[in-house]
Design a protein around this ligand. Sequence first.
Ligand SMILES: Nc1ncnc2c1ncn2[C@@H]1O[C@H](COP(=O)(O)OP(=O)(O)O)[C@@H](O)[C@H]1O
Ligand SMILES: [Mg+2]
Length: 382
Amino acid sequence: MKWTSSFIFTSKEPPSDAETISQKLMHQSGMIDKLVSGIYSFLPLGLRVLKKVSNIIREEMDNAGAQEILMPSLQPASLWKESERFGKMGKDMIVFKDRHNREMLLGPTHEEVVSDIVRKYVKSWKNLPLMFYQIQTKYRDEIRPRFGIIRSREFLMKDCYSFDRSDNEAENSYFLMRQAYEKIFKRCGLNTSVHTADSGVIGGKFSEEFIASGDCAELEIGHIFKLGTDYSEKLHVYFMDRDGIEKPAVMGCYGIGVSRVIAAIIEGNYDNHGIIWPISVAPFLCTIVPVNMSNSTTIETANIIYEDLISSGIEVLYDDRDESAGVKFADADLLGIPYRITLGRKLAERKVEITERKTGKSTDIEIDKVKTFLIDNFRKLL
Ligand SMILES: Nc1ncnc2c1ncn2[C@@H]1O[C@H](COP(=O)(O)OP(=O)(O)O)[C@@H](O)[C@H]1O
Ligand SMILES: [Mg+2]
């Protein structure tokens, strides 16, 4: 991607309402745009990171044996009356009437909808165990949206639901998810600790929260619940067991705030100059910075390196703006791109300078060895 044909607008000043470092840096690097309080757009740079985090989550959910589905945001209130949860979320739940005067809501979570699917199809012990997940937008009209995308009113969540035949099997599903969560957060470059938690309106028998280390007071990024049979009894998710007795499925539910994870990664990976993305979620792996845009040899070499990296599938941002080196360096640091390839004075020796964002360490590399140098380093860091 060339900077001049991309939509990246950086700014020196953080927004006036910014309370956390992630909120400041996401605005300043042009990752997100605030529409109104607690409601954000992801701009191209932010969406690149969102997709990477989502894909890590997808891979680990698939590995754990969960199947991806996509449930609707619009839900009938009648289903929430069946589970006896309607009204329990208070004003956090966005409720309205459709044109036929039926009460509807924008889903803050999906236990009811997933149970409705399972009860229609699962009849026998042979159809279980079952795990469904989705990556989908949730709506919660938070009383105090704050910290940018950390506590917002519309956000992306990965929610997963397990249905088992017995407490023992449900225990196993819970353990598989707990393990998957540990892998996901590690791959995202997050340090997390697990704590027994209050289950709140979701309810159930037991729950644990994954808390990311970092400076923000709001750090919970994942929450896993052993639900037992409360939902399945109320919503009639029953199956015929091997012994001929009809039993309620034993449920679990598991949430990750996908957008919040991005903020948490920044809270744990930044310095005075900007974000320091872990390779696994970086919007671009490297950036090419020609110091002098009016020198034809510099531009020719930059183009050759750019094409070479692209043809090898390396995500590269080519800063082809006619700006000073200082501005470009500052923006590369702000955006947090793991490697900066600088085309400067060393070009006379057919060399470029490669600087690692995290350590600030620079190495002079011959032009035709740039690709192998980067690939070797990505491998070490992934
Ligand atoms: N308002 C929000 N904005 C962004 N992410 C949220 C928000 N509320 C919850 N999340 C994320 O979704 C995950 C699952 O939600 P849940 O445990 O039901 O939320 P809570 O504990 O806030 O009621 C949380 O661990 C968190 O990462
Ligand atoms: Mg929670």
